[in-house]
Design a protein around this ligand. Sequence first.
Ligand SMILES: [Zn+2]
Length: 291
Amino acid sequence: MDNRIKIGDIHIVGLTDGRATFDPRILFPDTSLEAWEPYYDIFPECFDGKFFRTNLGSFAISTKDKVIVADTGLGPHGDMFGFPAPGRLLGDFESNEIPLESVNTVFITHLHGDHYGWNYREDTEERKPTFPNAEYVVHTKDWEHWTSDSMKSDEPDDPLARSVLPLFDDGLLKLIEGQTQIGRGVDAIHTPGHTPGHMSLIISSGKERALLIGDIVGSPMQVTESEFFYTPDSDSELGRKTRNDMLDLAEKENITVLGSHLSYPGWGTIIRWEGRRYFQPLKNIKDRSIN
Ligand SMILES: [Zn+2]
């Protein structure tokens, strides 16, 4: 499948750290396995038997002035909710011929472990930033939340201590808040609820527009089941509101949405079918523009 799209002059490549399979009740404790049966035929790529099979996506966004990477996967640490994860993102950069040195900005939508895992190289003898010429952009509120005394961990394998905290010591961290342009035509906005400092990107060029929504939805199925209680949301009510607001906007304006956990390569549109919202993967957006 083609993993490249253009939004006006902005080129985007869909990359992946691989896929992880786990029990959906970990994320949706109020639901049964059977709740997802209606989606087996609609999104076969998202299921392994009755378990979710989740894309761990990342995006390389090239504007006129910058190469931006949005999220860096789960990393080489092998496990998500106790299930194996492949950690193949750097191989995907190589096969798509994107040099790690070419990246100017790493944009972290939020500080959950499946979005910053490859901030540092851990497959080499010397520990060093994966993207040696990049600044790493995080929202102030997420940084404050995860560096607060109650969240800090002394575990030697703590993912945050391994992949995020060193950014500060190495002078690579850039904290932002409010709407912030991170490249020409690429604006970060605060979309809290999943985490206190969760961010999305508005990508616009010419008449075209896309919305990178991070973990506002954790799977294509959640576009439809947006009301289910979702454990990873730090603020359940706000998470639900932000999710519904952003999906409403994308549906109403027919905007392309991109997300790490949408079906690889990670983009599509939001459509309405029999009164409910659905994610529709997008194969070709060459002719799309705002009406
Ligand atoms: Zn995630």
